[in-house]
Ligand binder design. Structure first.
Ligand SMILES: CC(C)(COP(=O)(O)OP(=O)(O)OC[C@H]1O[C@@H](n2cnc3c(N)ncnc32)[C@H](O)[C@@H]1OP(=O)(O)O)[C@@H](O)C(=O)NCCC(=O)NCCS
Length: 188
């Protein structure tokens, strides 16, 4: 799941919440223009101002190596209907499951495949689990880009259920909704 050998010592990573006066982020390049632009234009600041997402910068020995943006959200239960853990969700008279949404996750190209993405997701999961003690929170949800689906699968994320109609409609899709059930951390 979240533990594995990594080239970058997890304890050497520093997490700083994005602030308009944050250190320069212009040189950040994860290989995806959209993700780069979010951080390097005024978009990130707008998200902060409108309370739509909180962005965290991740530094390794003073160098910006990654960032991610999280917000609160939910996932409709019909997307979970084939998953054992939610077979009795109907009993609770709820339409959605409270979720933490990882809207963006990006590791700089020079730092990919060194365990940074895994360490970040482990931290997000641990914090989500902790906050579930004060307000209900069951899932971490990501909109995984096609290229990143295997990365999330390695961490225990599962693609949501889709009807055949949905599958057809989104044949040429570039992303897939995936979730991680925080109850899996109960035994750890
Ligand atoms: C996808 C991304 C976040 C992964 O971060 P990372 O720091 O490179 O990943 P890690 O080194 O922690 O990898 C953890 C495991 O996933 C694997 N992995 C990492 N990226 C992968 C990918 N794109 N496809 C398949 N497996 C991948 C690693 O090999 C490693 O496997 P192992 O434990 O068996 O050795 C990063 O590559 C990235 O920012 N990519 C560009 C932007 C992007 O696609 N973001 C995701 C948006 S949904």
């Amino acid at each position: 799941m979240f533990d594995s050998l990594s080239e970058v010592e997890p304890l050497d990573l520093n997490f700083e919440q994005y602030k308009t006066e944050s250190r320069s982020v212009d040189s950040f390049d994860c290989g995806n223009v959209e993700l780069n632009d979010f951080l390097c234009t005024e978009e990130v600041g707008k998200y902060e101002k409108e309370l739509l997402g909180r962005t965290w910068l991740v530094f390794y020995k003073g160098v910006l190596v990654a960032y991610y943006t999280i917000s609160n959200g939910s996932l409709r239960i019909e997307y979970l209907k084939c998953h054992r853990g939610f077979s009795n969700a109907g009993e609770y008279h709820i339409d959605t499951i409270p979720s933490l949404i990882v809207g963006r996750l990006a590791v700089d190209k020079k730092w990919q495949y060194k365990g940074i993405g895994r360490t970040i997701m482990a931290k997000i999961a641990a914090q989500a689990y902790e906050s579930s003690e004060t307000a209900g929170l069951r899932l971490i949800v990501v909109q995984a880009k096609n290229d990143a689906i295997n990365f999330y699968e390695k961490l225990g994320f599962i693609p949501v259920f889709e009807t055949s109609k949905e599958k057809k409609r989104i044949k040429n899709r570039h992303t897939r909704t995936m979730f991680f059930d925080l109850l899996a951390l109960d035994d750890i």
